[in-house]
Design a protein around this ligand. Structure first.
Ligand code: PAF
Length: 292
């Protein structure tokens, strides 16, 4: 059988790549456009907006739901990552029952060798997340490349919340000469400004309310950056987190958007972005904002 459906859903769900590839082949021709949204599940409005953009811009949309073990450097983060396949498929079905879902097992993807390839992302991998999450981007590059090879999408959609990941995926696609266009999509936020993330599920409602502090901090950093240096902004952010019992700052950085190199002297012709990673009771949250 090609697809297995939950009773309550109508769209095609595939658990194995062979069946998915056969199904996609049945309607693919050189004019078919396929949009692809890779996810790790625990879907929220941000994911659904990526899917909507894909639906608007392509004839077919494929969504993958796979908690990729090779991109987790912290075993606790991997084991606690929310796995909510049934709710996820209901949300997708509610958005559009024509969306094709691929929810593989680790075995289907890694075939007994759950290891990452090693990539050279021209140094993008050594900045920010790369410093604190060793091996993370090799894991991301490995899974995204495999999914692209299985699905062969025309366009693939990634949220700008993980801006470093977006740049890394663009680099991997370009270096591997894969014929897919990478589309970056704006961050979706809760009403208090907190960037939407599957990890928000693990926050208590009080932590969720208070976590708007992260967004407020980067908005204010943007304002300060208009008249002060990156170093001064950094000092201000560090002091905003000093003595804060709830939030522990892992890093704050102002970096150039293309190379992700830290901003030392502001250059007129460069676009800069602020990046932040914060822990709330062992739950790691990230956010970013353009400083243009
Ligand atoms: O951003 C994510 O959810 C993941 O890193 C991705 C792109 C689905 C790869 O596992």
């Amino acid at each position: 059988m090609f697809a297995v459906n939950f009773n309550k859903t109508a769209m095609p769900i595939f658990y194995g790549k062979a069946a998915l590839m056969t199904y996609l082949k049945s309607f693919k021709n050189k004019n078919t456009t396929i949009g692809f949204v890779p996810t790790m599940g625990a879907l929220h409005q941000g994911h659904l907006s990526l899917m909507q953009q894909s639906l608007n811009e392509n004839q077919h949309t494929v969504v993958s739901i796979f908690v990729n073990p090779t991109q987790f450097n912290n075993p606790e983060d991997l084991s606690k990552y929310p796995r909510t396949l049934e709710q996820d498929t209901e949300k997708i079905n509610g958005l559009n029952p024509e969306i094709i879902v691929y929810a593989p097992s680790v075995e289907d993807i890694y075939e007994g060798n759950t290891n990452s390839e090693t990539f050279d992302f021209d140094g993008l991998e050594n900045q920010m997340e790369g410093k604190f999450r060793p091996g993370h981007f090799d894991g991301v590059g490995t899974i995204v490349k495999r999914l692209f090879e299985i699905i062969e999408p025309t366009n693939a959609y990634f949220g700008e919340k993980d801006f470093q990941q977006l740049q890394i995926v663009k680099k991997m696609t370009q270096k591997s000469m894969l014929p897919v266009t990478i589309v970056g999509c704006p961050i979706h936020r809760e009403t208090n400004g907190l960037a939407m993330s599957s990890r928000n599920e693990r926050l208590t409602s009080q932590q969720r309310d208070e976590a708007n502090m992260i967004y407020q901090t980067i908005i204010q950093a943007k304002e300060i950056f208009q008249n002060q240096s990156a170093y001064e902004v950094n000092q201000w952010v560090q002091s905003a987190f000093n003595n804060n019992a709830t939030f522990e700052l892992e890093y704050f950085e102002i970096a150039e958007e293309e190379t992700l190199l830290p901003c030392i002297d502001k250059l007129e012709d460069k676009n800069y972005r602020a990046f932040i990673a914060v822990f709330v009771n062992n739950i790691r949250l990230i956010d970013t904002i353009s400083l243009k």
